[in-house]
Design a protein around this ligand. Structure first.
Ligand code: G3P
Ligand code: CA
Length: 319
């Protein structure tokens, strides 16, 4: 046996062990890093949703991403608000008692609503968006998307997770919400590689057409298709979605009914995110941290939306 052969035979197992060790460590690190917390409307368990206080607290609680649901004002400004209407989270009914519209929203019966799109940004900035939550937050204002960009970007490392809400409603009013959004992203250079490194962005929508459009207009930004529909987690559908989406975000009940979908989605090249994990909801789990742990570490999802970023369980995957 040659000296080279002897050396190779004695060194090979050691080298292989080192490579395996390094691979395992790297894999565990990547798996742990892959678990991401998204602050659902900010740290909305503790502060009024979509206010500066909610976004700042989420970052103080070391969340990975801060969510912005987006609506469009009468004068074409993107603002951060979950509902298509102002009455649940502001005092619009008091400030503008005569400005409601009777309309059927989300297939409910017609009722009086104060649509975001019927008010200018200046009018909306007059509204109190904090008192409904707790009197101590009286005077909190809703934010524009630009306010949110400036707020999150001031703290590099934190990401943004904007949702294109109701693009079809805006389309019915002659407004291209997706274009307004794409223009705002480009104006701020959020899609540039250097910006994404400092301020990661992931776009989300229940509207498939919107996700398709941003895949063309903003290809560098990951985009996640939201769904509450069991049919969307079937294998052919996941493969079809993977042609333009980078992730799928089924409601947690859908994942609970089809836990095998996580592996199917990963195999199709899609990340899996779920929603919404909140301490004020009664579930079968001991608490919201246990519920989040189950979805992240037992079912294997990659990220989740939570009202309680401080309770997000960070650890390496159990094997
Ligand atoms: O966007 C993910 C989750 O927030 C969807 O639910 O209704 O709170 O926007 P919603
Ligand atoms: Ca949302």
């Amino acid at each position: 046996m040659s000296a080279v052969h002897v050396l190779t035979r004695s060194l090979f197992p050691a080298a292989l062990s080192l490579v395996l060790l390094a691979w395992t460590a790297l894999h565990a690190q990547q798996a742990a890093r892959a678990k991401e917390a998204i602050a659902h409307r900010g740290a909305s368990a503790y502060r009024p949703e979509h206010t500066e206080a909610a976004y700042r607290l989420a970052m103080d609680q070391k969340v990975d991403f801060v969510e912005q649901d987006l609506g469009v004002t009468k004068d074409g400004q993107l603002i951060c608000i979950h509902d298509d209407t102002l009455e649940r989270t502001t005092n619009v009914a008091t400030v503008f008692p005569d400005r409601s519209t009777t309309i059927a929203l989300a297939s409910r019966t017609p009722a009086k609503h104060w649509l975001v799109n019927d008010f200018t940004l200046a009018e909306i900035k007059r509204l109190d968006a904090g008192s409904w939550f707790k009197p101590e937050f009286a005077g909190a204002r809703l934010l524009t998307f630009q306010d949110a960009i400036d707020l999150v970007r001031a703290r590099p490392g934190f990401g943004m997770y904007p949702e294109l809400k109701s693009p079809q409603l805006y389309k019915s009013r002659g407004i291209d919400q997706v274009k307004l959004f794409v223009d705002a992203v480009k104006k701020n250079g959020l899609e540039r590689t250097d910006s994404l490194k400092k301020t990661p962005v992931i776009i989300q929508s229940f509207d498939e057409e919107a996700i398709h459009r941003v895949s063309v207009d903003l290809p560098a930004i990951p985009r996640v298709f939201l769904t509450s529909n069991d049919d969307d987690v079937a294998e052919p559908r996941l493969r079809a979605l993977a042609k333009f989406a980078t992730g799928i975000a089924p409601e947690k009940v859908v994942i609970a009914r089809h836990p095998e979908m996580v592996a199917r989605a990963h195999a199709a090249g899609l990340t899996v995110t779920s929603w919404t994990f909140r301490s004020d909801e009664k579930t079968e789990y001991a608490d919201v941290a246990a519920e989040m742990s189950h979805f992240l570490y037992d079912l294997g999802i990659d990220a989740l939306f939570t009202n309680n970023p401080d309770l997000f369980p960070r650890r390496a995957i159990r094997r």
